[in-house]
Design a protein. Structure first.
Length: 623
């Protein structure tokens, strides 16, 4: 943060920065997967906080700036509303952003999920600058639809003849974006290291006369020290000492937080519209221009859980929905609900993800089976068609930082389109690979890193490592194996070998017999994993097979509707279980909706330990 040795006047003025991030197109307080209102999310509620914060700033004579830090353009069904012939108004997300008067938008990795052409169509409808500083085109035919930096100005009150405050903005996202969206970006763009880009672009902005520089850093809390290409670089970016404020994102944390101190003014306002981030910068005029003399960072939640007799229940709304946003999106909302209500097929059992890290997950099994059913005919009459076919799938909704309502929960009976999106929230495409038994084993070891090490004979330890993402827990259907979490994880979350002598995966079997290292398999898997998502290096080494392009969601629809034949993988036993350690118990946190399905757990192995302040159901589980 910059400062001034002396000022030419004694008056301190303020710039209020208002920030959102990771909205994932949650524009209204409505869960389209369950088709129910949800007061814990939505830009429509954040909008009320924005209006209030602007009024406060105006009353105090402060200037304001409203920015978004990425992963906000896509993610819910309302953002996928098909454009109708004759549509003259922008799509829902650009329209909502315009109504709220955003001053700038930084891009996140998920904003590239549908490719550059779709992104360009979306950004053409956005009226404010859109930034990405560390991506550049390497294809002469590709013109990127955003700018590297922007400079905004604000007139400060009672400043006499002083020039306006010049505010420089840059935006960086993880280099891993190129892997995660490789099928859409490879050969078209390159992505530079976030920290190196920040240094270069900040110097340029300062040279252009910017008094203040703000980083829209679509990255989270990670290592303290910089290393080229790290995914979560908020600490190294803050430690550069060149930013007056940073907006974090990507990992859905809430900052500031005393557990994660950062060396510069920073906010990370959660996800899905759960919070508004506010940074108040105090500025004064010096001989060399405007400079920052102090800062305050705060979060404003849209809702808070009620404490009822020591346990936590429903939500107290702290911000009502902004009526103008609700009215403007009413037609889009109605169309989305109709589209999501389209019947697809039926299920004879509930499909949910509440116990996805304890054992068999029927929703995950449906994804894996559908993938296999789509890949199997594509491999017929090929060499790979003679290999055993497996299918890898990972949960898409598993609570954690996304909150206690973020679980797949599809009731038994008629299935609608909203249930398909609930099971498969990401627009991933289907891929097929060939790999050997040794690669399979390492793949599963990487997945098993999700669990903390739990010493035998202990209790109270948390089962899951909160720094690992649940969507990187691949379950490989068609195999059977045990996971022994009494030993340390073989791989770190970066994919590097952390404990070479440790092996958590035991008794790896196919059709009852041990899997040999030299044995070969074909496997259906999604494009995120094959593109490098989750740092599964063994996925990169697998041999890719040519199959027709198709989205995983479409394969699920085709399988449920009967357009794809029943697949033998449907009859496979549950793939994995936690290795048995007597007198050992671990704590797991799941959604309160799990209470309806507790009969699926062995009553001798679990005990309920109440509801946490965040609204999660806490369960003690015997290993």
């Amino acid at each position: 943060m910059t400062g001034a040795d002396q000022t030419t006047d004694s008056k301190v003025r303020s710039l209020r920065i208002l920030a959102t991030t990771d909205l994932h197109a949650n524009l209204l307080s409505h869960d389209y997967y369950s088709d129910q209102p949800d007061p814990a999310l939505g830009l429509s509620r954040v909008a009320t906080l924005i209006v209030q914060a602007r009024k406060e700033a105006a009353a105090a004579g402060a200037a304001t700036l409203l920015i978004d830090n990425g992963d906000s353009l896509y993610g819910t069904p309302i953002a996928e509303r098909p454009m109708q012939l004759g549509d003259t108004q922008p799509a829902p997300v650009p329209r909502a952003f315009s109504m709220m008067g955003y001053d700038a938008i930084g891009l996140g990795n998920h904003d590239f999920d549908f490719g550059l052409d779709q992104l360009q169509q979306t950004l053409m409808q956005i009226s404010c600058p859109v930034l990405c500083s560390n991506m550049r085109s390497i294809d002469p035919q590709v013109s990127l639809p955003f700018c590297k930096t922007t400079v905004l100005t604000r007139e400060l009150p009672d400043s006499g003849d002083a020039p306006p405050l010049r505010i420089g903005l840059l935006s960086v996202l993880p280099v891993q974006t190129l892997k995660w969206a490789a099928h859409l970006l490879k050969g078209k763009v390159a992505i530079e290291d976030m920290v190196q880009t920040a240094v270069q672009q900040t110097a340029t902005l300062r040279a252009e006369g910017c008094d203040i520089v703000i980083a829209l850093a679509h990255t989270g809390i990670g290592p303290q020290k910089a290393a080229y290409g790290i995914e979560n670089a908020l600490h190294p970016l803050a430690d550069l000492g060149v930013f007056d404020a940073l907006i974090g994102g990507h990992t859905h944390l809430t900052l500031p937080d005393s557990r994660h101190p950062v060396s510069a003014p920073v906010v990370m306002p959660g996800a899905y519209g759960s919070h508004l981030g506010v940074i108040d910068l105090r500025v004064a005029r010096s001989d060399t221009g405007w400079s920052v003399t102090g800062a305050t960072s705060t979060l404003r939640p849209i809702a808070r859980r009620r404490n009822i007799g020591g346990s936590y229940g429903g939500l107290n709304s702290l911000a009502e929905e902004h009526p103008a946003i609700v009215e403007a999106l009413a037609a889009d909302h109605a169309e989305t609900r109709v589209r999501m209500a389209q019947p697809v097929g039926s299920t004879s059992r509930p499909l949910h993800s509440y116990f996805t890290f304890l054992g068999h997950d029927q929703a995950l099994a449906l994804v894996a089976t559908s993938q296999a059913a789509a890949v199997r005919p594509a491999l017929q009459n090929t060499v790979a068609g003679n290999l055993p076919l497996l299918s890898a799938a990972a949960p898409g909704k598993f609570g954690a930082r996304s909150g206690p309502s973020n679980y797949t929960d599809v009731p038994m009976g008629q299935m609608h389109m909203r249930h398909i999106v609930d099971i498969q929230p990401f627009p991933n495409e289907l891929r097929a690979v060939v790999l050997n038994g040794a690669q399979l084993r390492e793949w599963l070891e990487m997945s098993a890193g999700l669990f903390n090490q739990i010493a035998p004979g202990t209790s109270g330890g948390h089962l899951l490592d909160e720094d690992r993402a649940g969507h990187n827990f691949d379950v490989i259907f068609g195999l059977q194996y045990d996971i022994d979490i009494s030993t340390p994880a073989r791989f770190g979350s970066d994919g590097e070998l952390a404990h070479p002598d440790s092996h958590r995966v035991r008794n790896l079997r196919w059709k009852g017999g041990p899997v040999r290292d030299s044995q070969h398999f074909a496997m259906a898997v999604n494009s995120y994993r094959i593109g490098g998502g989750g740092n599964f290096t063994m996925a990169q080494a697998a041999t890719r097979l040519p199959i027709p392009p198709m989205r995983v969601r479409d394969t699920i629809c085709d399988y449920i509707s009967g357009r794809l034949p029943r697949d033998p993988l449907e009859q496979s036993p549950s793939p994995w279980q936690l290795f048995n350690h007597p007198f050992t118990e671990a704590e797991i946190f799941t959604g309160p909706g799990a209470r309806a399905y507790l009969s699926e757990l062995d009553p001798a192995r679990y005990s309920l330990h109440g509801t946490t302040q965040d609204g999660f159901l806490q369960i003690g589980f015997k290993l």
